[in-house]
Every structure is written in structure tokens, then in C-alpha cells.
Design a protein around this ligand. Structure first.
Ligand code: ATP
Length: 610
């Protein structure tokens, strides 16, 4: 179950935390057969890898079962003063066995890693492709960080299970059965005595490894909190400095850091006794075996060599038992991770092509909203009964107070969401009846906060049309007056964009996004005008660039510049999710209604400038 907890410092209780950390990810869950089967299905495409890996582990198995027996025989030969060549024979056989062991281990590790990595790679690809195809509401509902964690950490946590878990546990079960069978066939009394400590080994393995794993999980949790805090602290450094919060942040960080250290020390205190306890159990087992075995040797029931062989078999019990304990742990962790992964994989996009859809033919640009209502959350419509017509080539300005519903209208037009009721038509085609890709290909979007990807400025403009030549990219930049500032960089168009374009000004980023849009040359353009104040020169460039960009396309502009609004063919004035006025600037001003007041309040200063 999802768990939300504020940051706690050890057992001391709630800190006065400036941030609340959501540890909403359960670390382990009970066994669920359906999840196990679904996980197992990811191994199905690799029958050959599995078969060869099992074959290789079979090699290890043979050595584990035979080597102690041969050692026992060699000891008997030694005790009985056998011929040197007999002893040499055993030694040679043992060398041959361990050579085989080396080869078998090499192939087993290589093959199981290949298997594990292929499964993980496939799962991660599948998850990425799936998440990429999900609709906007999915991304609204969760922070990017938690999606990232699933694609990376949750998938990684399955790695051990697929790499070692499955194959090794099959071999481990056979090893245990094999050793027990051989021991009983050699001498049932010694076998019984040897097996006395095995249940203790099992209990020790399960109890201790569960505890140790939980303790280390806590360490990892603290570390990821520390990471998250650090990332936030660095990103928000300016705000921290501006609000003089450095001291408080420092105290919080120190507290988290100390908490991490305490948890680490606690975890390693759990881990320290593990090895010695294992040795102790082994030693007790050997003591029991020798105490009873010596008696059997004296009475001539068994040879010294057999006793040595049994002591070796006892030593061979530990590895499979501890690995089976680990498998149990891996499965518990896998239950929690895989449940989350499958939850994503089972999420269907809310906006998707339904049944057979047609391609939207080349668009002329006639857009119509018919009685469109949309609610992000049921019963709370963000827009209600919106109707309007945009003719090809027109510029439509959407204005209104914040939260009035302007972005919602353009989000519906781009089909990030589907209307709750009503319909949207492009050139007479209902948006839901044509393929999503064919709509989006013919539509361009320029958002307020231009997203620049890592790469050069050239790459970033080309994002609008991947097959454009360098000359076309430069022509696009020239058309929107971006060429001048780009050429001023020492590397010009080949300037690397770092940190999402942090080295570019807001205005420059806007111009890059204009160039990107004009290169794509869409028939329908959605533009969310940036609100950030820009220096007068760049502002002037942007206004001229906008005219070029809007020319000849049907454009929807969430407008913040009075100049853009004035020049548009139609202004839709939004209030509380409805269109309350519509028309051209001069008519609306003359009417002295809502728009007039809005302009008075919001745009007065700009009006005096423009
Ligand atoms: N992803 C979302 N999930 C839930 N509610 C949302 C979401 N996006 C917007 N809303 C709500 O829908 C209403 C309309 O928001 P919208 O973003 O369309 O307004 P806007 O006019 O574009 O505002 P702004 O000018 O501030 O961008 C608001 O009440 C807002 O809180």
C-alpha cells in the first residue's frame, strides 16, 4: 500500500521539515502467483539462453557433488598407505573437476547475465515506449521524478532476480537434493547427524538476510532522500539565497545526513555477525559430525575418508541455502517493484485512436469548436459550452484572467485531452475520427517555456522537421530574426545548448522556438505567448517574428501582448470557463464591457508603450 511519511530522524520523531518527502513506494510485498507468472513470461523468448545456462550450472552441480567424495577416497588411500599413483589419480581427477568447474562457472555467469540484461532491457524499453504513449492526464497526476524512478530503479531491482535468482535456485534445489541423496547412500547414520544443523542454517539464512536487507533498504531510502533534497537545494539555490533560508536548509541537510549515517551504521551492525554466525553453525555441525563420526570410525563402520567427505558435504550446504534465502528476498522486492511496473504498463492512454481511424487529409485550417465542455476532474468543468469558428489563416487571440480556461481550449485542440462533451472539427473532420499522429503532424505548438534539448542550436531548431537541411534551418532562423543573435555566439548554429538553454535569455529561447515552428510549417499553430518581460530590442524582434510566424496559418494565441491581440482577427474573452465576449479589439473596446476592463487592468502600461 502506498505510504506517505514525512522525513523522520531516526526514532526521534518528526522534524520541522521544510519539505515533506513522499516515500510512497512500498519496498516489498507478499508473494503473488499472478505477478510471478507475469514476470516469468518475460523469460519466455530466451529458451536457448536458459537451456545453456542450466547446462552450465549442471557442470557446477556435478563438481559440488563429486569433489567431496573424491577427497574422501584420496584420504582413505593416504591413510591406507595406498600406491602413489592411486593418490595421483585422485589428485588428477580433482584438478580435472575444478577445471570443469571453472569453465561451467564462466559460462553460467556469462549466460545468466546475458539473460538478465536482455529481460531488463526489454522491460525498460517496453515501459518507456508505453509511458511515452500515455496521455496528458497521466503526467498531470504524477511528478516526473516518480516516473523516472519506475523506469530506472524499479526495473533495476528486478535485475538480480532475472540474472541469478531463477537459474541458480533451480540448481540450488538440485544441489541440496543431490547432496542429501549421496550422503544417505554412503551412510545413513552420518547423514542424519550431518543434517541436524541444516534446519538451523535455513533459519539463520532466512531471518538474518531478511533483517539485513531491510536495514540496507532503509539506508538506500535515506540516500535517495538525501539525493532528492540535494537536487532541490541546488536547483532552488537562488530562491534559498533570496529568502535567506541557507541556515535552515543547512540544519535540515545536516539532520538528514546524520540520519543517513546512523542508519548505515545500524545496517552494518546487522551485517557484521552474519559471516561469523555462519562459521559458528558450520563449526558446530562439524563438531557434532566428528564426535559421532570418530565413534563410527573406531567401530569400523566408516572410514576416515568418508568422515572427511561428509565434513566437505556439510560445507557445501551453505551456498545453496543462503542463495535460496536471497531468492526469497529478491522475490519479495520484485513483488513490490513489478506491481508498480505493471500498473504503468496496464494504464491505457485516455486519448488514443479508437478502432479504425482515417488520416486527416492535408489541412486547410478551418477549426470549429461545437458546444465543447471539458473537466479535468469530474464535476468541475474547466471550460463549458465553448463554440467558435476559426477560418483558414485567421489569428484567434484567447484572453482572460488566469485560470479562465484559455490553455484548456488549446490543450483540447492539440488533443492532449478529449472533450467531456461537444466536438472539435478541423476542416469538418471530428478530431476523434482521425488519427492522432495525422493531426499532430499538421499542428505546431510554441509553449511559454521553450523546451530545449541537449545538442546544438541547429539540432534544436531542426526538431521541428528532422529532414531539414542546414540551409533550411538557417533560413527559418532568419525568417524569425533569430539568425543575428545565433551568429553572435562563437560557435554560431553549432553552439551546444546546455542545461535546457540556461545560457540563452527568455527572448532568445522564444525566437528559437519560433524558428522550430516555422521550419515545421504547420497549417494550424498554437502559441502560448511568454509573459516574461523582455528587453525592448528583443521584444521588438519577437513582435516582428510573430507576424511572420502567424502569417498564412490558422493560429490560436494565448495572448499576453496587446500588439498581438490588436492585430488578431478574433478575440475570444474567457471568464470562468466560458466565452463572455468576442470580436475585434476596436469593437470590444467600444463596447466597454469585460474586455475593456481587462485591458484597462492588465494591459494599460503596455498600451501606452505600444
Ligand atoms: N492538469 C490540470 N488538472 C486539473 N485541473 C487543471 C489542470 N489544468 C488546469 N486546470 C484547471 O482548469 C481551469 C482552467 O485552467 P487553464 O489552464 O485553462 O486556465 P488559463 O486561462 O490558461 O490560465 P493561465 O492564463 O494562468 O494559463 C483552472 O481552474 C485550473 O485550475
Amino acid at each position: 500500500m502506498a505510504r506517505q511519511s514525512a522525513f523522520r530522524s531516526g526514532e526521534e520523531g518528526l522534524l520541522r521539515a521544510p519539505f515533506i518527502y513522499r516515500d510512497d513506494e512500498a519496498l516489498e510485498k507478499k508473494l503473488q502467483l499472478s505477478l510471478i507468472l507475469r514476470l516469468a513470461s518475460y523469460m519466455r523468448p530466451y529458451p536457448r539462453l536458459i537451456a545453456f545456462a542450466l547446462l552450465a550450472t549442471g557442470g557446477n552441480l556435478v563438481v559440488t557433488l563429486l569433489a567431496p567424495y573424491l577427497v574422501g577416497r584420496a584420504v582413505d588411500a593416504l591413510v591406507g598407505r595406498g600406491h602413489a599413483h592411486v593418490l595421483l589419480g585422485y589428485a588428477a581427477a580433482l584438478v580435472a573437476l575444478y577445471l570443469m568447474n571453472f569453465l561451467a562457472s564462466f559460462f553460467r555467469i556469462d549466460l545468466t547475465n546475458r539473460l538478465g540484461q536482455r529481460v531488463i532491457q526489454r522491460l525498460r524499453d517496453e515501459l518507456f515506449v508505453h509511458v511515452q504513449g500515455l496521455s496528458a492526464d497521466f503526467f498531470d497526476a504524477r511528478p516526473a521524478g516518480s516516473i523516472l524512478v519506475r523506469i530506472l530503479n524499479d526495473v533495476n531491482s528486478l535485475q538480480d532476480l532475472f540474472t541469478n535468482g531463477v537459474i541458480n535456485s533451480i540448481t540450488n534445489v538440485f544441489t541440496l537434493i543431490g547432496i542429501i541423496a549421496i550422503m544417505f547412500s554412503l551412510n545413513w547414520q552420518l547423514a542424519t547427524v550431518t543434517l541436524v544443523v541444516v534446519p538451523f542454517m535455513f533459519m539463520l539464512s532466512l531471518r538474518l538476510t531478511v533483517q539485513i536487507r531491510r536495514a540496507w533498504q532503509q539506508v538506500r531510502l535515506r540516500l535517495s532522500r538525501l539525493n532528492a533534497h540535494l537536487a532541490e537545494a541546488i536547483q532552488g539555490m537562488r530562491v534559498t539565497t533570496a529568502y535567506v533560508r541557507a541556515d535552515e536548509n543547512q540544519r535540515f541537510f545536516e539532520e538528514m545526513n546524520r540520519d543517513y549515517m546512523r542508519t548505515f551504521l545500524r545496517a552494518q551492525r546487522f551485517s557484521i555477525p552474519f559471516g561469523p554466525l555462519v562459521d559458528l553453525t558450520g563449526a558446530l555441525g562439524s563438531a557434532l559430525l566428528f564426535w559421532y563420526g570418530v565413534h563410527l570410525v573406531h567401530t569400523g563402520v566408516v572410514t576416515v575418508g568418508l568422515l572427511v567427505a561428509f565434513a566437505n558435504y556439510l560445507g557445501s550446504f551453505w551456498t545453496p541455502i543462503s542463495q535460496l534465502g536471497q531468492l526469497y528476498n529478491q522475490i519479495l522486492v520484485a513483488m513490490a517493484s513489478s506491481e508498480r511496473i505493471f500498473q504503468y504498463l496496464d494504464t491505457r492512454p485516455t486519448v488514443a485512436d479508437q478502432g479504425v481511424v482515417r488520416e486527416l487529409p492535408p489541412v486547410r485550417g478551418h477549426v470549429e469548436f461545437r458546444h465543447v465542455t471539458f473537466a479535468y476532474q469530474a464535476d468541475r468543468p474547466a471550460i463549458e459550452d465553448i463554440s467558435f469558428v476559426a477560418r483558414p489563416g485567421e489569428t484567434i487571440a484567447l484572453v482572460g484572467h488566469t485560470g479562465a480556461g484559455k490553455s484548456t481550449v488549446v490543450n483540447l485542440l492539440a488533443r492532449f485531452y478529449d472533450p467531456t462533451s461537444g466536438e472539435i472539427r478541423i476542416d469538418g473532420h471530428d478530431l476523434r475520427s482521425v488519427s492522432l499522429a495525422s493531426v499532430r503532424r499538421q499542428m505546431g505548438m510554441v509553449l511559454q517555456d521553450t523546451f530545449l534539448f541537449s545538442g546544438t542550436l541547429m539540432d534544436n531548431i531542426r526538431y521541428g522537421r528532422p529532414d531539414a537541411t542546414d540551409e533550411e534551418v538557417i533560413a527559418a532562423a532568419k525568417a524569425v530574426y533569430a539568425d543575428e543573435f545565433i551568429r553572435r555566439f562563437p560557435d554560431g548554429y553549432f553552439t551546444e545548448v546546455q542545461e535546457r538553454g540556461a545560457r540563452l535569455s527568455q527572448g532568445q529561447r522564444q525566437l528559437i522556438s519560433f524558428a522550430r515552428a516555422i521550419l515545421a510549417d504547420p497549417r494550424i499553430l498554437i502559441l502560448d505567448e511568454a509573459t516574461a518581460s523582455i528587453d525592448t530590442y528583443t521584444e521588438h524582434l519577437i513582435q516582428r517574428a510573430l507576424r511572420v510566424l502567424l502569417e498564412g496559418r490558422t493560429s490560436f494565441v494565448v495572448a499576453h501582448r496587446l500588439s498581438t491581440i490588436r492585430e488578431s482577427d478574433q478575440i475570444l474573452v474567457f471568464d470562468g470557463g466560458r466565452i463572455v465576449e468576442r470580436g475585434r479589439h476596436d469593437d470590444l473596446m467600444r463596447r466597454r464591457g469585460f474586455y475593456y476592463k481587462l485591458v484597462q487592468a492588465q494591459y494599460r502600461s503596455m498600451m501606452s508603450e505600444g
